[in-house]
Ligand binder design. Structure first.
Ligand code: NAP
Length: 303
């Protein structure tokens, strides 16, 4: 039952892939307001507010109106290639937007969780801990590193959670990586996937759960890695997905990052270690087999 002392969460990027899942996860137990920019959304138990985070005044007005006890800030220009093509807009949204949110959160004493990324690392080593130095190799990652610095400048009420490649069915405005894989394989289309781009994929429902732990119990000023417990290539991941979804694995074509010209450079091995998160919150995301099985169940329930 929600009472006057129930925490009030403001989730930015609520119309997106991750934000939508965070709202759904929190709404049954907390007061949740989801902020969107251009894609109005409707989620059970969650109210919505239009907000452009690059507009400082709008941000202050929204935060004073909602008066959140906790903010999970996921709004971003999140596609690395788009950031590379629109570097100034990426900076405005990911850095200035975050600064606007931080200032307004500080003014009313909200706990602020910034969603960052595994791509802050250059990917030469892999298995990164929170103590490892960042070295961004594309504009998206540079904006995220800068936004992390802004959060660290305001340690009293903010913390950083770096998340990784998310998998799951989209309940937001766009199709997820998995939605696209399932659609293409169902249509009999071949897909080329990197065997040498290594990540620690995380089931998006577990990311939502982990972010709740960090928001409620994480220490301000801290950085956490929240990731799945297994490292795998994009190709290896797609093979597992196709097997569980009974889709033709033969349509998946292995290829190397060296053979593909992408607009933004990508780290080769951006895998994250999650020991700190697991020990701090006694929470570990599901492994890939378990996460995909849960996703398959949800898929069958929704078709
Ligand atoms: N998905 C992943 O695999 C992954 C991995 C690592 C880190 N992350 C991080 O996780 C967060 C969420 O990612 P995602 O995949 O859910 O992204 P997404 O689906 O692209 O959603 C981005 C969200 O940001 C909002 N937004 C963009 N510009 C805005 C602005 N100026 N003002 C207010 N809202 C704005 C969008 O709102 P509208 O659509 O309504 O305009 C949308 O809700 C991001 O910070 C991303 O960097 C994601």
């Amino acid at each position: 039952m929600k009472t006057d002392s129930t925490p009030v969460f403001l989730i930015t990027g609520a119309s997106g892939f991750v934000g939508s899942r965070i709202c759904r996860h929190l709404a049954p137990r907390f007061t949740v307001v989801g902020a969107y920019r251009s894609h109005l959304f409707c989620l059970p138990g969650c109210s919505s507010i239009a907000l452009d985070i690059t507009d400082r005044r709008q941000v202050h007005e929204a935060i004073h109106a909602v008066r959140p006890t906790h903010i999970i800030h996921g709004a971003a220009m999140s596609a690395p290639d788009t950031c590379e093509n629109k570097p100034q807009e990426a900076w405005d949204i990911n850095c200035t937007g975050t600064q606007n949110m931080l200032e307004a959160a500080s003014a009313i004493g909200s706990r602020f969780v910034f969603i960052s990324t595994d791509l802050v690392f250059d990917g030469r080593l892999g298995n990164y801990t929170e103590a490892d130095p960042v070295n961004p190799i594309n504009q998206y990652a540079r904006t995220k590193v800068e936004a992390e610095k802004l959060c660290l400048n305001q340690k009293e009420n903010s913390l950083i959670v770096r998340i990784t490649l998310q998998y799951g069915l989209s309940t937001g405005s766009g199709a997820s990586f998995c939605d696209q894989l399932i659609d293409k394989l169902s249509l009999g289309q071949e897909i080329s996937l990197f065997t040498d781009q290594i990540r620690t994929p995380t089931y998006v429902l577990d990311t939502a759960c982990g972010l709740e732990h960090a928001a409620l119990h994480g220490s301000p000023g801290d950085i956490f890695h929240l990731a799945g417990p297994e490292t795998i290539s994009r190709y290896g991941f797609a093979v597992k997905l196709a097997s569980i979804f009974n889709l033709p694995v033969s349509l998946l074509k292995p290829c190397s990052m060296d053979d593909a010209a992408t607009i933004a450079r990508r780290p080769r091995d951006a895998s994250l270690l999650i020991t700190k998160f697991t020990e701090s919150f006694q929470f570990t995301p599901r492994n890939i087999q378990q996460g995909l099985a849960a996703m398959y169940q949800e898929y069958n329930e929704t078709i």
